[in-house]
Design a protein around this ligand. Sequence first.
Ligand SMILES: Nc1nc2c(ncn2[C@@H]2O[C@H](COP(=O)(O)OP(=O)(O)OP(=O)(O)O)[C@@H](O)[C@H]2O)c(=O)[nH]1
Ligand SMILES: [Mg+2]
Length: 401
Amino acid sequence: MAGARPVRLLAAACMAFFLFLMVRIMRNPADIPPKHADVKGFDRDPNLDPTHEPPEPLHRVSGNNYDADNPNSDRISATLLSLVRNKELQELVQSMQDLEKTWNHKFNYPWTFINDEPFTEEFKKTTQAQTKAKCNYHQIPKEHWQIPSWINRDLMRESNALLKDQNVQFAEMDSYHQMCRWNSGFFYRHPALKDYKYYWRVEPNVHFFCDVDYDVFRYMQDHNKTYGFTITLYDSPNSIATLWPETLKFITSNNQYLADNNAMGFLQDKEHRPEWNYKANGYSTCHFWSNFEIGDMDFWRSEAYEAYFEHLDRAGGFFYERWGDAPVHTIALGLFEEASKIHWFKDIGYNHIPFYNCPNSQKCHGCTTGKHYDGEPFLLKEDCRPVWFKHVGNEWPTGGK
Ligand SMILES: Nc1nc2c(ncn2[C@@H]2O[C@H](COP(=O)(O)OP(=O)(O)OP(=O)(O)O)[C@@H](O)[C@H]2O)c(=O)[nH]1
Ligand SMILES: [Mg+2]
């Protein structure tokens, strides 16, 4: 048997090489980690560029001007806002602690908590203990939350079962549909918010990583901004199949509401993810991820948005499909607001599972600069900032030190 051993070794090596080749050939391209350069339109993540504060004027703490108990403080009409359930208390405390630590312990803006059920005493006591600022607790009026009378329940069940088969998340969860509708068209009408102009939406279990040393609400006011975002993503086209067609119906008879310098090109982009645009019947599906929003509620209270929301609400897609408040807000802003009034809060490090906004700044701790997601590499494809930059631009300096 002399000589057989090298032959066996050679055969084993050939077999191993053959198996290696087969694995490479059969590997699904989606499993291969894409680099940012592979994503059309994005050579380099701008979060890698050094990031400082946005331009002056910026309002800062000086003496007691933002003390929680100062009745003549420099705070403007604004609140931190959270729709939340009692059972999410611990996750909300996590979000509060991060936001208080990085920003609100300096500015002491009040918190407003809203729920479709009464808050428990434990919820109130524990949340108030996280901040020097005033916390307010409110319930949603029934007529703002319940599924409206014109929705056919049988049709809703059948449609949602179909959506579930198409992997639309939360399709069969009534409360999720109700939440999306409330966040689209009702939060700013809550009586407790009527005297507030600006809000910062905060969800349970989100993270804030960067110290922010200026009053962000004053930034919105002084720089004439309507809406601020941190992350933009493509949506599941199956959840919004008729949202864009309904939108087109609305603007056909209401084109007086279109802003002069709107972001129509961004909304209709076909180049970056053509199949998503095709499935969503003409909408790129790129949206501001609305679990983070800093906004001016007067926009939602405007005649244009109220009419648009009413049209969508009657069309029924909040229940027969699973229209999210994120695409609804994004489309409305893209159509009815000047694109220059929408601001990327690049300097606010943020995470809601599984995505991040993590800028390159010494003020940030606990996230990895430029990291956009946690988990499977296919998630990288969900980042649609290139679509925004292409059609509207990136207001932040790029490159350089
Ligand atoms: N009070 C109340 N709040 C809700 C309800 N459903 C959702 N929310 C809140 O609405 C916001 C969005 O809901 P989430 O469940 O986080 O939805 P999501 O971000 O799409 O899903 P996740 O990826 O699971 O976070 C969160 O602040 C929730 O606490 C509800 O039925 N009642
Ligand atoms: Mg969430």
